[in-house]
Design a protein around this ligand. Sequence first.
Ligand SMILES: *[C@@H]1O[C@H](CO)[C@@H](O)[C@H](O)[C@H]1NC(C)=O
Ligand SMILES: *[C@@H]1O[C@H](CO)[C@@H](O)[C@H](O)[C@H]1NC(C)=O
Ligand SMILES: *[C@@H]1O[C@H](CO)[C@@H](O)[C@H](O)[C@H]1NC(C)=O
Ligand SMILES: *[C@@H]1O[C@H](CO)[C@@H](O)[C@H](O)[C@H]1NC(C)=O
Ligand SMILES: *[C@@H]1O[C@H](CO)[C@@H](O)[C@H](O)[C@H]1NC(C)=O
Ligand SMILES: *[C@@H]1O[C@H](CO)[C@@H](O)[C@H](O)[C@H]1NC(C)=O
Ligand SMILES: *[C@@H]1O[C@H](CO)[C@@H](O)[C@H](O)[C@H]1NC(C)=O
Ligand SMILES: *[C@@H]1O[C@H](CO)[C@@H](O)[C@H](O)[C@H]1NC(C)=O
Ligand SMILES: *[C@@H]1O[C@H](CO)[C@@H](O)[C@H](O)[C@H]1NC(C)=O
Length: 407
Amino acid sequence: MMTISAASTVLAVALAAVLCMKASSSSSNLTVPPGAVYIDPLMYNVVGANYTEWRNVSTVGFNPTNTAPPFIQVFDPSFLEVTGPSATIRAITSNPGFAFAHEAPIYVPDLNVVFFTSNDGGPLGYSGWYNNSVVSMINLTEVDMVLASTTGDANVPIQTLNLSDTVQMVNGGTGPYKGNLLFMTSGRALLPSSIVLVNPNPPYNTTVLLDNFLGRQFNSLNDVKILPGTDIMFFTDPTYGWLNDFRPEPMLPSQVYRFDPSTGQVRVVADQFVHPNGIAFTPDGATAFITDTGISGGFLGTNQTLPATIYQYDVDPLTQSFKNRRVFAYIDSGVPDGIQLDTIGNVYSGCGEGTHVWNAQGTLIGKFYLNSTTAQMIFTKSGLVILDEETIYLANIQAQGVDLITL
Ligand SMILES: *[C@@H]1O[C@H](CO)[C@@H](O)[C@H](O)[C@H]1NC(C)=O
Ligand SMILES: *[C@@H]1O[C@H](CO)[C@@H](O)[C@H](O)[C@H]1NC(C)=O
Ligand SMILES: *[C@@H]1O[C@H](CO)[C@@H](O)[C@H](O)[C@H]1NC(C)=O
Ligand SMILES: *[C@@H]1O[C@H](CO)[C@@H](O)[C@H](O)[C@H]1NC(C)=O
Ligand SMILES: *[C@@H]1O[C@H](CO)[C@@H](O)[C@H](O)[C@H]1NC(C)=O
Ligand SMILES: *[C@@H]1O[C@H](CO)[C@@H](O)[C@H](O)[C@H]1NC(C)=O
Ligand SMILES: *[C@@H]1O[C@H](CO)[C@@H](O)[C@H](O)[C@H]1NC(C)=O
Ligand SMILES: *[C@@H]1O[C@H](CO)[C@@H](O)[C@H](O)[C@H]1NC(C)=O
Ligand SMILES: *[C@@H]1O[C@H](CO)[C@@H](O)[C@H](O)[C@H]1NC(C)=O
């Protein structure tokens, strides 16, 4: 929920002028895909007073080469294993003025379609206490056909779903889960937050699995993943419904929950967050990631001393509670919102100026730089689909996502 301020242009121009005087570094002859730039961290360790003065807010992006977005920033040669030799970023659909593509991306391979939701309660979402957000889908078969016929961007029509009234303010999702879309709804006004299954085919009928914690409504459920090898749901419950004026005052701590739909048991597996948000697991189910978007406080504003942090945990093999919390990464731009992993262990998160990528050790290796907030992304057969509020981008990268399908 942030936009990069105009200061970034001024900054980038000024910084590029300073930096162009520097000699090229040892890896400067690295061959990167067309449209990508190599940013050797050694070249930017010393930038002088003016730079840090301008980049004094997390909403100003880091674009030292002043390349026009969208483009790929390579911070480490290993990122080329992610991009492959010919990756590009192209818009596949857009609707300026409406944040129709915010979060909850679910790729259904059988249909070759990505489902997603509009912004709930945030800027340009046209949703709030009195108005629901909307779930739509984009057909990647059509996207592939249009992209093959042009070298530029595409604007493939999306289809909006007519869902049951029990689905209020979808914010997160994963799956397919036993053939269905699995959505987290934040709820709206006094209508509860919930976990719902939606049929990915017409008539898109819905089943609500959970809408309370032992009788108390959740605050505003945000995102969900299934622990690999199980059918158990793990989900986050920050207070953004209240902070974005579409839910009553929160009545539970901001926590991470575990829900077993076969027994109905719900319990807390992690707490001590400001705003727990995105969630992901390694494919072996041994490690969990939770993003904390604490810096972004809705009507309370931005507080840069609060977390913009991805935490990592061990998943206790016996209890499935999260233990041994440590910092995986702190984000330099905006907040780490949704989070996904690829099959080689890299971690992707939607941040203030695009999608950031770290290797399994937490080293920043690259960014898909859009100069605007991306809340979430999803791997598909065609590449990485990046939700950018008013636009959806496709990066035709080589890396593959971890399997999110629960049979
Ligand atoms: C980044 O976005 C801001 C608006 O959020 C705009 O003013 C600025 O020109 C953009 N920078 C570049 C390099 O496109
Ligand atoms: C440039 O590339 C070559 C091989 O492509 C490599 O051996 C060399 O270390 C690189 N760096 C410099 C500074 O030449
Ligand atoms: C910083 O900006 C000021 C004012 O534009 C300029 O006079 C000064 O030379 C700049 N300093 C550096 C190190 O670029
Ligand atoms: C950040 O820098 C800009 C440009 O120098 C200045 O206008 C603004 O007041 C600074 N903001 C903070 C929070 O220091
Ligand atoms: C309610 O949401 C719909 C669909 O997102 C939007 O077209 C409409 O403008 C919204 N109405 C208001 C009053 O915001
Ligand atoms: C996607 O588009 C293709 C090509 O037009 C079409 O054959 C297919 O039925 C569409 N899929 C869905 C789920 O609408
Ligand atoms: C949406 O579904 C509702 C109830 O299921 C129905 O009354 C309404 O006509 C549908 N609207 C559209 C545009 O299909
Ligand atoms: C949708 O309806 C069909 C037919 O009644 C049913 O088998 C299926 O379980 C329903 N799916 C959901 C997600 O409610
Ligand atoms: C920012 O957060 C810190 C830590 O919670 C708190 O001490 C401080 O008062 C906050 N600042 C503002 C301006 O709200």
